[in-house]
Design a protein around this ligand. Structure first.
Ligand SMILES: [Zn+2]
Length: 242
């Protein structure tokens, strides 16, 4: 009996280790994958899809956190303190003071968290709280706006250059956008930093770089699959429809 309990305990701690390893892989990936050339697209999507949904203080604090995370380090994580954001971020809306009240900053952070625009990912220390700064593709309220735009249809797909969705940067983003930045295999929500492209029919088996032969995958699923076609993933008889 206690033998079983021990084993369950062991399995639990192994799972914990795996989860931790996966998270640190991802942290490394954020730093590794960040590409300054993508900034214009990121900033545009924030202005188009996030900013219209924010109040002025929320917007100011979001950009402040963006500047100190993605711009400063190429990562989506930043430690920030309420005290530190009272001054130098935005002047109070009354125009009376260059300093925000403690409560205003707290309320604004809470509102941003409610909308999943930022997420608390660590404990609060003397240096502040660790936040993850989300991008529009990770934020549900933005996804709705993005989907509406997509429905209006702005992308004709027949220029020769557009046939290559693997090597052309803006085309890659179209595949990710079509898939909602979710991993085709495990459903995990990704960002343009973490999403990778996977050939449904591998290039080695004659698969091309067309829109339909590419799918969004997280790094784990992509490397796990290696060069095997999609079907192999489901060789155990599970549903293999897309
Ligand atoms: Zn995955």
């Amino acid at each position: 009996m206690s033998d079983t309990t021990d084993k369950i305990q062991q399995i639990r701690s192994l799972l914990d280790e795996l989860a931790t390893a996966a998270t640190s892989d991802e942290h490394a990936l954020f730093a590794h994958n960040f590409d300054a050339l993508e900034l214009p697209a990121i900033v545009s999507s924030i202005v188009d899809y996030l900013q219209p949904l924010l109040r002025p203080y929320e917007s100011a604090i979001y950009w402040h956190l963006f500047r100190n995370s993605i711009l400063a380090t190429g990562q989506q994580f930043v430690r920030a303190s309420t005290k530190g954001m009272r001054q130098g971020v935005i002047t109070s809306s009354s125009g009376q003071s260059a300093t925000l009240s403690y409560a205003t900053v707290q309320d604004t952070l809470a509102a941003l968290e409610d909308k999943n625009v930022i997420a608390k990912v660590g404990d609060t220390t003397r240096n502040g709280t660790l936040y993850k700064v989300n991008l529009p593709e990770e934020i549900a309220i933005c996804q709705e706006l993005m989907a509406q735009d997509k429905e209006r249809g702005i992308q004709p797909v027949d220029e020769p250059r557009e046939l290559d969705y693997y090597n052309v940067r803006e085309n890659r983003l179209k595949v990710f956008e079509r898939d909602g930045y979710k991993c085709h295999y495990c459903g995990k929500q990704l960002t343009r930093f973490t999403a990778t492209l996977d050939h449904i029919q591998p290039a080695s088996a004659g698969g091309d770089n067309s829109f339909d032969n590419l799918t969004t995958s997280c790094l784990h699923c992509n490397s796990r699959r290696g060069n095997r076609p999609v079907m192999d993933m489901y060789a155990d008889g599970k549903d293999n429809n897309r």
